[in-house]
Design a protein around this ligand. Structure first.
Ligand SMILES: Cc1cc2nc3c(=O)[nH]c(=O)nc-3n(C[C@H](O)[C@H](O)[C@H](O)COP(=O)(O)OP(=O)(O)OC[C@H]3O[C@@H](n4cnc5c(N)ncnc54)[C@H](O)[C@@H]3O)c2cc1C
Ligand code: FES
Length: 360
């Protein structure tokens, strides 16, 4: 035990020195203004040295995905840094693939703006807009999930593909952090955005959204994401777990309202009856459209439930037929998605035809 005290003291001293360094870096190191060149001169702006590249881009109305709000964990905020980014940081290495590292891809939330930068950003992000919106309704659809509908104020409409998401700017300590939420409304509704938000205990974004009241204003950017229906005639196999239903609701309603004759299956797995939401809406949709099949399942049996029971993969096994002409669209807890990917590949679907949205 004699060695424990010196170790604690050493740790405390190291933490103290690290803190001093961070503060000294902020207070004394002046980088001045630097120029950021985007896509070989397509855009150029001056940024205050010392901020992160992600902040500098956002301040200059270039919105790239940043689902974890700059914590360096989601890996969404990648850009190519051709010049001026400094060495790759230890915080970036675990998140970036070898191929990305070779191709000068960096996490913009980790790169500090210290000298003139040349960066390359996917063209689609230069079109992302920031929306001001007003809450027009909120209601609990399960004990932990709220449906929130926003009326768009400026711009007045949003053009998105079903399955995409927006990044809500969550106020915190006089600043904002971004959190991603899938659009649950259908593509044809362009003047409103509906979200389904699961409350995470102690969660910044989900608590903020759950506390919103009618008339409150929020800001979000978007639309983001590649999780949307691919143009083909393949059967759509949608699989949702819990709040993962949000993008799949948008997909099912959007495809059906376009009267596309693709066969659609929606498997929806929840723990208990209380967690089952939009159930009647999907039942009605299935009655209206012959090409839409809705299969909800509870994890375990309940007296009031005479539907499917079991893991969603076990349930799917009873309905799926082998064949290549299928595409998977999955959204739910990671273990559910892993098991579903394995199942769908066993049924003959190529891995590249399985799209998934990971909320974690
Ligand atoms: C592309 C995308 C789309 C998304 N769409 C939706 C959506 O439609 N609806 C929705 O509700 N969420 C969605 N999310 C998740 C959402 O962005 C937030 O991560 C989630 O709301 C938690 O954020 P928070 O600020 O409340 O919690 P934080 O303040 O970020 O986290 C608080 C604590 O909770 C833990 N935590 C974070 N997320 C979870 C979780 N899911 N389960 C358990 N613990 C957690 C954290 O590790 C931390 O300890 C989506 C995420 C992505 C990447
Ligand atoms: S890694 Fe999530 S915002 Fe940068």
């Amino acid at each position: 035990m004699a060695y424990v005290v010196p170790i604690i003291v050493l740790d405390a001293v190291a933490a103290f020195l690290a803190g001093i360094l961070v503060i000294a870096n902020r207070v004394f190191v002046e980088y001045g203004d630097v120029t950021v060149d985007v896509n070989k001169g397509a855009e150029e702006f001056v940024a205050e040295g010392g901020t992160t590249l992600l902040q500098a881009l956002t301040e200059n109305e270039i919105y790239i995905p940043s689902a974890c709000g700059g914590q360096g964990s989601c890996g969404y905020c990648t850009v190519r840094v051709k010049e001026g980014g400094g060495p790759v940081l230890p915080t970036e290495e675990p998140v970036l693939t070898r191929e990305e590292l070779v191709n000068e891809v960096r996490l913009s939330c980790q790169v500090k703006v210290r000298e003139n930068l040349k960066v390359e950003i996917e063209e689609k992000y230069l079109k992302i807009e920031k929306f001001e919106a007003k809450v027009i309704s909120t209601r609990d659809v399960t004990p932990s999930i709220k449906e929130i509908i926003f009326d768009l104020i400026e711009p007045e409409t949003i053009d998105f593909k079903a399955g995409q998401y927006v990044q809500v700017q969550v106020p915190t300590n006089g600043d904002t952090v971004d959190r991603a939420y899938s659009i649950a409304s259908e593509e044809s509704v362009q003047d409103r955005v509906m979200l389904n938000v699961q409350l995470i205990e102690g969660g910044l974004g989900s608590t903020y959204l759950h506390e919103l009241e009618e008339g409150d204003q929020v800001e979000f950017t978007g639309p983001f994401g590649d999780f949307y229906v691919q143009p083909s005639d393949a059967k759509i196999i949608g699989v949702a777990g819990g709040v993962g239903l949000a993008p799949l609701r948008s997909i099912a309603f959007s495809v059906l309202e376009k009267e596309i004759e693709r066969e659609i299956w929606l498997f929806f797995g929840v723990r208990t009856l209380d967690d089952l939401y939009y159930h009647e809406d999907f039942q009605e949709l299935a009655e209206k459209h012959e090409n839409f099949n809705y299969v909800p399942a509870l994890d375990s049996s309940q007296p009031e439930w005479d539907g499917e029971v079991g893991l969603i993969t076990e349930v799917m096994d009873d309905y799926l037929e082998e064949g290549k002409n299928m595409e998977g669209y999955l959204c739910g807890p990671p273990p559910m998605m892993d098991a579903t990917i394995d199942l769908l590949t066993e049924y003959g679907i190529d891995k590249e035809d399985i799209l998934y949205d990971d909320f974690s």
